[in-house]
Design a binder for this molecule. Structure first.
Ligand code: LIP
Length: 287
């Protein structure tokens, strides 16, 4: 009998490759940019075209499956995660990078059943790196198995994070205050690829020890989260509890010890959840 969800993984890889080709071609022409929740929350026609390409292709092969897609939610679709098999899609994770040709842009596809990530595919399309993971079966990049860093000392670590697209004064203060504390631990360095999915793959690859961010969305992290756990890493909320993928807060690390030391530095805040009712959806970061 074929292994469970191998057909889903194969399909996700094939469609991510097609999507990546569209993204690379679009980089050769003018990119028409619009904005979503704010003047710095960018979207392009390529984001929308790639999301449609992925959803159409999956629907033909798996007609009973459900979808949560970044651009479909932006267009008013609900962001409801049920126990049914669900594909969670970010057609271009790193849209700002894409607009500016900063070379870290990923197609991110997670597949969940009973709210558990079974398959994750992150295609870093300009680097031509295909990251894949299946629950219980490991994580791989271009066929090579991934393993998190074995570093136990936070002072010898690199930590990745992002500023996101929230410029609310109170939130920005907390982001900077947390960052100052992390930098001054001190750590070896702080980095950010500009793509949550790629940051998670960097943790899985052992290039950075940890990644945290407040303000991400479920489509940014669903696939990459599985990459981290299948490479031996840990996931948690930025305040140290269990990760809630709809909460828009994530901390990923190579081990619990490093994760807990970062938790101690973070001044947390609570963005509007991804599964908030649609009428609240645009009101980010309530006081
Ligand atoms: C973005 C990222 C980025 C993060 C933002 C945002 P998009 O996703 O992955 O790293 O800081 O919060 O969600 O909009 O490019 O798909």
């Amino acid at each position: 009998m074929a292994e469970q969800w191998q057909d889903v993984l194969d399909h996700a890889v094939a469609v991510a490759q097609k999507a990546g080709k569209v993204v690379r071609e679009a980089l050769q022409s003018d990119r028409k940019v619009s904005t979503k929740s704010s003047s710095i929350d960018l979207v392009t026609q390529t984001d929308q075209k790639v999301e449609q390409l992925i959803i159409q292709s999956v629907k033909e092969t798996f007609p009973a499956h459900r979808f949560i897609g970044e651009e479909s939610v932006a267009a008013g679709e609900p962001c409801d995660l049920t126990d049914e098999p669900t594909w969670i899609i970010d057609p271009i994770d790193g849209t700002t990078n894409f607009v500016h040709t900063f070379p870290f842009v990923a197609v991110s596809i997670g597949f969940l059943v009973n709210k558990q990530v079974e398959v994750g595919v992150v295609y870093s399309c300009l680097e031509d790196k295909m990251f894949v993971a299946r629950r219980g079966k490991g994580a791989f990049c271009n066929g090579k198995q991934l393993r998190v860093s074995d570093q136990k000392d936070i002072h010898c670590s690199i930590v990745a994070t992002e500023f996101g697209s929230n410029r609310d004064g109170g939130a920005v203060e907390k982001i900077f205050s947390s960052l100052r504390k992390v930098v001054c631990l001190p750590v070896h360095g702080v980095r950010g690829a500009g793509s949550a999915a790629i940051n998670l793959c960097l943790v899985a690859s052992g290039c950075v020890e940890a990644y945290y961010e407040i303000g991400v969305h479920v489509w940014d992290v669903a696939a990459g989260a599985l990459m981290v756990t299948e490479a031996g890493g840990v996931l948690m909320d930025v305040e140290g509890g269990a990760l809630d993928m709809m909460s828009r807060r994530i901390l990923a690390a190579n081990n619990r010890h490093i994760a807990e030391q970062i938790v101690g530095q973070i001044q947390a805040f609570t963005p509007q959840r991804d599964d908030a009712p649609p009428q609240q959806h645009r009101r980010f970061y309530p006081k």
